[in-house]
Design a binder for this molecule. Structure first.
Ligand code: OSB
Ligand code: MG
Length: 368
């Protein structure tokens, strides 16, 4: 494999409904799409999950573009590669900027899977024919609105509800949901909205039989999370704090997390994601695949990764129609009764709809 041409596009896609977390509201999804062409003509696709603003982590669409253009693309263009794992090693020379790294690494994985005539899932070592998915629900105007939404998602077949919380939108919300939906799997995601001093408040969540609480404390913390976990029955699941296998190992050894949310972009790509998966499998830590409001490209990579065996818990990879009027792949990702059927054709297993890509593109640049 030798990549000869790369195109970066900035796409803007309008979300069907605004999505609100403890750190901000998304109305549009602005992101980078990367197209890489091998010397044999094979085309692979990667998506940057960085947002337009540094709300979730320090990366943005523009910092990713800068890192790709000035550092990462020059390291890969015209280089002979035997396996995508080599990209992870080459990029180790550059600190952090994981979402930028993952964008290019994902396209290399897609090319590799096509050239070896296997699905991306099979190339990663996954074997599931379908994956179980849940849904992530943003902060709403009222608890009544939230209850109506959850009811609708249950009707659609989603079996696990993840609900965003923040101070003032937490204990009452979760109590009401548990009362209204006694048999549904429910969890909470705080996106770092609390501090260790809030332990007594968070302890009230122990009463509602929740699957877990995701990232209650600071986005760079693993110390206070360990202290908090000692006080809570509800398992803590880290998201923002885990950027690598090393981070995962330290958090597990400290007792800061009992479950890990793996996001391909946050950990720097599929190779690192797989390493974290393997470590967690060996250490009895269940994992699930997080979401970043991805277009069909990032979504297809999430589907493939989730086929690995220790992705025991349903992830956030809902169907395309939960987010977009029209996705950029055909067919779109479809969740039926809470399950997505994993494509079996070579590569990501979905066709890129170039007309849709053109329609959403606001800027573009070629590298060769
Ligand atoms: O913390 O998982 C998160 C969306 C934006 C930023 C952070 C998160 C999320 C989600 C949405 O929970 C998951 C999805 O539906 O893609
Ligand atoms: Mg999260």
């Amino acid at each position: 494999m030798k990549i000869k041409e790369i195109t970066i596009r900035h796409l803007q896609m309008k979300l069907k409904a605004p999505f609100t977390t403890s750190f901000g509201t998304f109305t549009n999804r602005d992101f980078l799409l990367l197209e890489a062409k091998d010397e044999d003509g094979t085309i692979g696709w990667g998506e940057s999950v960085a947002f337009h603003a540094p709300w979730y982590n320090e990366e943005t669409l523009q910092t990713n573009w800068h890192m790709l253009e000035d550092f990462l693309i020059p390291l890969i263009l015209n280089k002979e590669l035997k396996h995508p794992d080599e990209v992870n090693e080459i990029f180790a020379a550059i600190r952090k900027n994981n979402m930028a790294k993952s964008t290019l690494e994902g396209a290399v994985w897609d090319i590799y899977a096509q050239q070896t005539n296997q699905s991306l899932a099979t190339a990663l070592g996954g074997a599931k024919e379908k994956i179980e998915v849940g849904i992530s629900i943003g902060i709403q105007k009222s608890i009544d609105d939230l209850v109506t939404l959850v009811d609708g998602y249950i009707q659609e077949g989603y079996k696990r509800m993840k609900v965003k919380i923040k101070p003032g939108w937490d204990v009452d919300v979760m109590r009401t949901l548990r009362e209204k939906f006694p048999d549904t799997d429910i969890m909470a995601d705080a996106n770092s909205a609390y501090r260790l001093e809030d332990a007594d408040l968070l302890k009230q969540l122990d009463d509602f039989d929740l699957m877990m609480i995701e990232q209650p404390l600071a986005s760079d913390d693993i110390i206070d999370h360990a202290k908090l976990q000692q006080k809570l029955k509800i398992p803590i699941c880290l998201d923002e704090s885990i950027h690598s296998l090393e981070d995962a190992r330290k958090a597990v050894e400290l007792g800061s997390t009992k479950i890990i949310n793996i996001k391909i972009g946050r950990v720097g790509g599929l190779t690192e994601a797989k390493k974290i998966h393997d470590y967690c499998a060996e250490n009895g830590i269940p994992v699930w695949c997080g979401g970043m409001l991805e277009s069909g490209i990032g979504r297809s990579h999430n589907v493939a990764l989730t086929t690995l065996p220790n992705f025991i818990l349903p992830g956030d990879t809902a169907g395309s129609s939960r987010y977009w009027e029209k996705d950029i792949i055909t067919p779109e990702v479809v969740a039926e009764n809470g399950y997505i059927t994993v494509p079996t054709t070579a590569g990501i297993g979905y066709e890129v709809d170039r007309e849709a890509v053109e329609n959403y593109t606001v800027a573009q640049k070629d590298y060769r």
